[in-house]
Write a protein that binds this ligand. Structure first.
Ligand SMILES: *Cc1c(COP(=O)(O)O)cnc(C)c1O
Length: 398
């Protein structure tokens, strides 16, 4: 069978692949410490579950409008108005099967062969693959660890060509945990306005922020910015609802109408029960998120401190999301049982095999010097896993 060429451009999500390997090893009875998973370890909050149960009992189990139920779109509009001060009408809001699906709808509605999309690196793995699946070219904008992964506006400007259609903004960022300050966002917005670019603002970690930081959506920087920004968000991360598959997009009407049409011909509505659950999450989930972030903050500090105590490892304190992204450049080049460990991927393989610790290597995020560890897991797991990593790194010979 001859498959479409676009299929050969992409690989399965490497984070999901690592998590699957770790789970398979655990199923064989091995004691695996899993830092690879990109989801909160907390259970979905009770009021959300109750809303879903009530939806099932009430027979709310049929097709809904393809773009999402009015009640949920209204709850999203209310959220964007009260929290961001942004006003959207119903036709500007589309509920999809997770934020990943929302992003895919954007890519499909926007991109075609020859188009370019600028992605600051390190980046969340699916941005580039979704562009490739839609025949476009991802153009990577490197950012520097010692500058807090901030975007350098001059370097961004240099990458803009007549083919550039969009730029991705992901603050707080997965995998680096970096957050963009207002000045950086303003610089990006200025370039986007000047060159007529769409800003795709993935704000899925907006509520997972530390040290009293507040989230700034780039769309709030003025009407001329808002009219070219599509906000991507969802309930997965803030309300521990990754399995429910509800994300949303809010942005310019022509784009959102196109996305809604694509969705109506591809997936139809997201799960009816999950939509009712998402309404409850948006209305009642605030205290849960606050409690979860307090706990993530404790774990963040322990994980980063333990990583920095390992010779050859240095780790910045992430400002948001729930990942540590240590630089393991000082470890690379050392030798293990299978020979020299020369890449993050080789180091991740070594950790999995020798220490039964699953981490995600940096390569799929666009880094040759880092690995990603999620601290959305228990303090005991963090302590145990870091003990194993320290011992395993100590066994590599220089
Ligand atoms: C988890 C994640 C998403 C996707 O979340 P969904 O579960 O599809 O809603 C999107 N962007 C980033 C950066 C993520 O980490």
């Amino acid at each position: 069978m001859k498959l479409a060429a676009r299929v050969s451009r992409i690989t399965p999500s490497p984070t999901l692949a690592m998590t699957a390997t770790a789970k398979a090893m655990a199923a064989q009875g091995l004691d695996v410490v899993d830092f690879s998973s990109g989801e909160p370890d907390f259970d979905t909050p009770e009021p959300v579950k109750a809303a879903a149960e009530a939806a099932i009992r009430a027979g709310f189990t049929k097709y809904t409008p393809s773009s999402g139920i009015d009640e949920l779109r209204q709850a999203i509009a209310d959220k964007l108005l009260t929290e961001q001060g942004l006003r959207y009408e119903k036709a500007q809001i589309l509920v999809s099967c997770g934020a990943k699906h929302s992003l895919y709808n954007v890519a499909e509605a926007l991109l075609e062969a020859g188009d370019e999309i600028i992605i600051p690196t390190p980046y969340w793995v699916s941005y580039a693959d979704q562009a490739l699946l839609n025949d476009a070219t991802p153009v990577l904008l490197p950012t520097k660890e010692d500058q807090g992964y901030a975007i350098n506006p001059e370097e961004l400007q240099k990458l803009v060509t007549p083919r550039t259609k969009a730029i991705i903004v992901n603050s707080p960022c997965n995998p680096t945990g970096a957050t963009y300050d207002k000045r950086t966002l303003e610089a990006i917005a200025t370039i986007a306005v000047k060159h007529n670019l769409l800003i795709i603002s993935d704000e899925i970690y907006e509520k997972v922020l530390y040290d009293g930081a507040t989230h700034i959506s780039i769309a709030t920087l003025g009407p001329e910015v808002a009219e070219r920004t599509v906000i991507i968000n969802g309930v997965s991360k803030a309300y521990a609802m990754t399995g429910w598959r509800i994300g949303y997009a809010a942005g310019p009407k022509p784009l959102l109408t196109a996305m809604a049409n694509i969705q109506s011909q591809s997936t139809s509505n997201p799960c009816s029960i999950s939509q009712k659950a998402a309404v409850a999450a948006l209305k009642l989930g605030g205290p849960f998120t606050e409690m979860m972030v307090v706990e993530f903050d404790r774990r963040r500090k322990v994980m980063v401190e333990r990583l920095n105590a390992i010779p050859g490892v240095s780790c910045r304190m992430p400002g948001g999301a729930f990942y540590a992204f240590p630089n393991i450049g000082g470890i690379l080049g050392r030798t293990g049982p299978d020979g020299p460990v020369t890449s993050p991927q080789a180091l991740a393989n070594y950790l999995l095999k020798e220490a039964h610790v699953a981490v995600v290597p940096g390569e799929p995020f666009g880094s040759q010097h880092h690995i990603r560890l999620s601290y959305a897991t228990s303090m005991d797991t963090i302590t145990k896993g870091l003990n194993r990593i320290a011992a395993a790194f100590g066994k590599l010979t220089a």
